[in-house]
Structure formats: structure tokens, C-alpha cells
Ligand binder design. Structure first.
Ligand SMILES: [Fe+2]
Length: 256
């Protein structure tokens, strides 16, 4: 599953929204709405789903509850606390449907990127399972990107790969260059954490988000990064990339 095509938006330009329910009151901004299949650029929305930035302040408390859907989250800015235990900026959190979501608080301002497919309809405060995955970026080692012929100068820290779901942080070196058009069989959601990357639709910097469903009409690139870049990547679907050489004039136009 994936979000519909978005390429790209900046989080700070999205409207601040509020939500209140029996588990808390909180503020958030929306990156993308709806769940699609990997059926190309115009993939139809077939179910609810959302990617948001949760905007915490020192007064926000979201009470523990059973996860109604699988939650994938990344602490984008500031530190948070889960059941009172500190979780640092650049930590990935994944909670399967039916597992316990801990109580979420923060000492000060903090921002958490969250993505889920389906309807977030809480029906129980207590879950049967407690299968939370917590991965701190600094604890992980760099390995090769998951796509075998990915252009050189890139590495990946895996957060949690299972079935056709994958999540990790992708790092590219300064002067990284991809002189290709590419499309893939999996969907990707990307959030820029540090640095910048120039792609088909301009320069993405910290807080920029894109969503590409899988499909052969979702070509993007060529790409270039002057200063290097760190990005969170959430994937769903079979791993398969098709690279074709891009128009040299287009490649040159990225290298500013
Ligand atoms: Fe891509």
C-alpha cells in the first residue's frame, strides 16, 4: 500500500490541525491522505490512511491504546517519551496492529512523522500484544542500499524490513549523482532529514516529503545532491528498480 502521488511538499507550509478524543488532544500537519495500491501515478485511493507530522509540545499527552493499524513513525525533531522513557530524535518506531501504543509525551516541542494504512479507529485501551520496534539511527550500521544497482555513493541504515515492508534511512554523499530516470515496483515515502537533493520537481530540503506509488508511469529523476542528504524512506511492495539513462540536458540542469 502507499499514499497517492505527492512530489513534493514542505511540512512547514501545511496547515496546523487539531484533534481531540478520549486518548488526548494533539496538533498535526498532513503530508498525504488515503491508501493506494502500486498502480502508478494515478493509483486510486482504496482505503483510508494518512501520513502526518505530529506536533508535540510539553503539554501534549496521548494515552496508551491498542494500535488499530500498523504504525510507522520517525522522531523528526526533539526528543519524546514513550511510557516516560526518553526516545531521541532520529529514532524509528514501528507498532503492528493489535499491539500496545505507549503513552506519548515530550518535555518540549517535538515532531514525529507518522504513516499508516487504514482507519485509525481506537477501540481498546489495552492490547493483547506488545511488539513495538524501536531503532535509534546512531545504533545502526551503514550497509548497501536495498536496490542492488543504486548509483554509488549511497548507503542505508535499516530500521525494520519484513515481508514487503521496509523502512530505513538513506544517506547520499555530497556530489552524489543519479543520471537516470527511475521507476520502481514498490511505493516509497521520503522525508528529508538533513541536507538537500535536487530531483524532477526542485530542491528538497529538511522537512520536504514525497510519495511515489509503484508503477512504470512513475518515472522520476535524474537527481543530484551538492551537499549530501539524509532521508527517511518507507517502502511497501516487491523490490525492483528500473533505471534508464536520462536526457543529458536534463542531467546537466540538476547540477547547479
Ligand atoms: Fe524513487
Amino acid at each position: 500500500m502507499s499514499r497517492p502521488w505527492v512530489d513534493f511538499i514542505n511540512i512547514d507550509e501545511q496547515e496546523l490541525q487539531s484533534c481531540s478524543n478520549e486518548f488526548g488532544s494533539y496538533k498535526f500537519r498532513v503530508f498525504a491522505n488515503g491508501t493506494t495500491r502500486n498502480e502508478g501515478r494515478n493509483s486510486k485511493v482504496i482505503a483510508p490512511g494518512q501520513s502526518i507530522m505530529l506536533e508535540l509540545d510539553g503539554n501534549t499527552e496521548i494515552l496508551t491504546h491498542e494500535a488499530p493499524v500498523m504504525i510507522r513513525a520517525f522522531v523528526f525533531e526533539g526528543n519524546i517519551a514513550l511510557d516516560g522513557k526518553e526516545v531521541k530524535e532520529r529514532t524509528y518506531i514501528e507498532i503492528p496492529a493489535g499491539s500496545q501504543v505507549p503513552t506519548v509525551t515530550s518535555a518540549g516541542n517535538a515532531r514525529v512523522f507518522i504513516s499508516y494504512d487504514g482507519e485509525y479507529l481506537v477501540t481498546s485501551a489495552i492490547a493483547k500484544n506488545n511488539d513495538i520496534v524501536i531503532k535509534y539511527t546512531q545504533d545502526l550500521v551503514w550497509r548497501s542500499p536495498i536496490v542492488s544497482d543504486f548509483p554509488g555513493g549511497a548507503a542505508r541504515k535499516a530500521f525494520h524490513d519484513h515481508g514487503e515492508y521496509g523502512s530505513g534511512i538513506l544517506g547520499i554523499l555530497p556530489e552524489w549523482d543519479s543520471p537516470f530516470y527511475e521507476w520502481h515496483t514498490f511505493s516509497e515515502e521520503i522525508l528529508i532529514v538533513q541536507g538537500s537533493i535536487i530531483s524532477s520537481f526542485g530542491t528538497m530540503k529538511r522537512g520536504a516529503y514525497l510519495s511515489h506509488p509503484g508503477g512504470d508511469d512513475t518515472e522520476h529523476g535524474p537527481m543530484y545532491s551538492k551537499e549530501g542528504c539524509l532521508m527517511v524512506v518507507l517502502r511497501e511492495g516487491p523490490v525492483g528498480n528500473t533505471f534508464t539513462p536520462a536526457d543529458p540536458a536534463e542531467v546537466a540542469s540538476r547540477r547547479v
